[in-house]
Design a protein around this ligand. Structure first.
Ligand SMILES: Cc1cc2nc3c(=O)[nH]c(=O)nc-3n(C[C@H](O)[C@H](O)[C@H](O)COP(=O)(O)OP(=O)(O)OC[C@H]3O[C@@H](n4cnc5c(N)ncnc54)[C@H](O)[C@@H]3O)c2cc1C
Length: 342
């Protein structure tokens, strides 16, 4: 049994979870990461082609590359990784460790826990609720933009009126042959300046309209569009369809909330900037926490992770240093440096 008890279990393998796992390894904690998805990386998988400029210390890079680097860093100290497993509850059945219940029915045991489940828990893109849409998914019907180059010289329809939809219309306009954006409401809800750029970029906007059908062979060829005001139906050919209808959220962990964590709106943990929650031994980091001054960015997730790990460390061992040493003094990194340098 004892070998199954981890010092820290990180729930969620996004930027906050991966950096927590790295830092916990640095602090010599036996670490496990559990994620409900089939891959590590978190929400960043929603925008793999987007250029990320604001994480500090690195030149702009596509989010997909950031995921690869974050995973490599997160696995530096070989944490145990458990995927496809949604954590549904955390119980404290004795003084020594927490029991973590999962969607798989398997239990995990940990002396401390860092919750890094993002803002919204398990999130999935809202799918088109029309017949046959699933046939073209991952072909030329997309819920995230996979590889920008595939859109070169294509006629593209983007459905959705939010920031993301408008950003993609503007960003793809230099390479696409034609871009149309369609929204069921009266006005696109994105930033005014970006909406103005649509016109400059030659993007054709249809409002009060929605996609009501898709058809084709191996690939999607035609999209049926219904105008909500007039009832007029058109059926035009498009090469690619990008759907940006927001995300469904599910947060089983906070819904059960067996430990009585102090929550905000059922989706966020009220935590101190140190990552401490109202339950001793349970820490939190990243987009799932709320405190005054919280930065909901990847850079903010990293800082939260460092705080959560340092406080989990001193919770487990009150004599431990409050902070890890700088990387040049850290013994575990010194050993790795030898391999890297020579
Ligand atoms: C479109 C878009 C663009 C963005 N652009 C930028 C940008 O340019 N720069 C920037 O800094 N930030 C950007 N962000 C914000 C950034 O993605 C988030 O701040 C960051 O991902 C938060 O990391 P996290 O680890 O807290 O959560 P997440 O990345 O959301 O990861 C949470 C992980 O927890 C898992 N999980 C959830 N519930 C459970 C459960 N019960 N059991 C097990 N696993 C669970 C999820 O599967 C997920 O993998 C953007 C966000 C979006 C949506």
């Amino acid at each position: 049994m004892t070998e199954n008890i981890y010092d820290v279990t990180v729930i969620g393998g996004g930027p906050a979870g991966l950096f927590s796992a790295f830092y916990a390894g640095l602090r010599e904690m036996k670490t496990k990461i559990i994620d409900g998805q089939d891959k590590l990386g978190g929400k960043v998988h929603l925008y793999p082609q987007k250029m990320i400029w604001d994480i500090g210390g690195t030149e702009p890079l596509p989010a997909g590359q950031l995921i690869e680097k974050s995973i490599a860093q997160g696995l530096t100290f070989d944490p145990e990784v458990v995927l496809n497993t949604i954590v549904t509850n955390i119980q404290k059945e004795n003084d020594e460790y927490f029991t973590i219940g999962t969607s798989k029915g398997v239990k995990h045991y940990s002396r401390s826990v860092i919750i890094t489940i993002g803002g919204g828990g398990m999130i999935k893109p809202v799918k088109l609720n029309i017949e046959n849409a699933h046939l073209f998914e991952n072909k030329n019907l997309h819920y995230a933009v996979p590889d920008i180059k595939r859109f070169t010289d294509k006629k593209i329809l983007i459905t959705g009126g939010s920031y993301s939809a408008v950003d993609w219309a503007n960003d793809l306009s230099p390479i696409a042959r034609e871009i149309h954006i369609i929204y069921r409401g009266d006005d696109l809800t994105a930033h005014e300046a970006d909406v103005t750029r649509l016109e400059r970029n030659g993007v054709k906007v249809m409002t009060q309209s929605e996609v009501t059908g898709v058809s084709g062979g191996e690939l999607m060829e035609y999209v049926e569009i219904t105008n909500n005001q007039t009832g007029d139906i058109t059926n035009d050919a498009y090469d690619e369809l990008i759907v940006n209808h927001g995300y469904d959220q599910e947060n089983l962990l906070f819904r059960e909330n067996n430990l009585g964590l102090d929550l905000e709106n059922d989706f966020f943990v009220k935590a101190a900037p140190t990552g401490m929650t109202n339950v001793p031994g349970i820490f939190a980091a990243g987009d799932c926490i709320r405190y005054t001054g919280k930065v909901n960015l990847i850079a903010g997730a990293y800082a939260d992770a460092v705080n959560a790990v340092n406080n989990a460390k001193t919770y487990l061992d009150p004599k431990a240093d409050q902070f890890a040493m700088v990387s040049s003094h850290n013994q575990r990194l010194k050993d790795k440096n030898k391999k890297l340098m020579y």
